[in-house]
Design a protein around this ligand. Structure first.
Ligand SMILES: NC(=O)c1ccc[n+]([C@@H]2O[C@H](COP(=O)([O-])OP(=O)(O)OC[C@H]3O[C@@H](n4cnc5c(N)ncnc54)[C@H](OP(=O)(O)O)[C@@H]3O)[C@@H](O)[C@H]2O)c1
Length: 175
């Protein structure tokens, strides 16, 4: 928090937490937790205020203004080919602008997410990496909703058992 003081006015401006994917499955829940604690929070998405788009770096600085921490749920997927360069550019901008804590939502046992994790580990600020398996909310809020409604879900899992995670449990994580 910092304080601006003038002859007639004292304004306290507490730094904020930006939540990327702030209307998504985990981000929305992280935002709710912070609001419940009366903590300042800025939910980031293309429909947010200000609008934030991973594909348009011109939208990034306004989001990061006066931010102390960032929860990063990258879209579409941390394992996608462009993710590491994008996470690197975002991390550099965030840290140079004063962000002191980064939380990255990552995958479980996926090699192609490791370079992005490395970027956050080497950011020079406090970091947490959440390695989550598939979210249960994929079935109720996302792309598996329609297959569920039609009575059959087919996935290339082979014999591997998938421990689904509740997005509320992700949002409840404390350091
Ligand atoms: N889903 C899983 O089971 C799972 C498990 C482990 C890790 N992860 C990781 O979690 C991350 C998020 O995946 P998710 O499936 O859970 O998605 P999600 O967070 O539910 O994604 C939707 C969010 O992303 C925003 N968004 C979409 N396109 C955007 C863009 N171009 N720029 C900025 N924001 C955008 C959406 O808002 P708007 O549409 O309003 O922009 C919404 O807030 C991925 O990196 C994934 O690898 C997912």
């Amino acid at each position: 928090m910092f304080r601006l003081t003038g002859p007639h006015l004292t304004v306290r401006m507490e730094k904020t937490t930006v939540v990327l994917g702030g209307t998504g499955k985990t981000g929305r829940r992280v935002v709710d937790r912070l609001l419940d604690q009366n903590r300042p929070v800025r939910a980031a998405s293309r429909t947010g205020t200000p609008p934030f788009d991973w594909a348009d770096q011109r939208t990034w600085p306004a989001l990061l203004e006066n931010a102390a921490a960032a929860y990063i749920a990258y879209y579409p997927d941390l394992g996608s080919p462009e993710a590491t360069a994008t996470i690197a550019a975002f991390t550099e901008l965030a840290v140079s602008g004063g962000v002191r804590r980064l939380v990255l939502l990552s995958g479980r046992g996926e090699e192609n997410v490791l370079p992005s994790e490395q970027v956050v580990r080497e950011s020079g600020v406090e970091w947490t990496i959440i390695r989550s398996s598939w979210l249960a909310q994929n079935f109720s809020e996302d792309f598996l909703l329609e297959p569920v409604a039609h009575g059959e879900v087919v996935l290339p899992t082979g014999q591997i058992r998938e421990p689904f995670v509740d997005a509320d449990d992700i949002a409840d994580i404390r350091r």
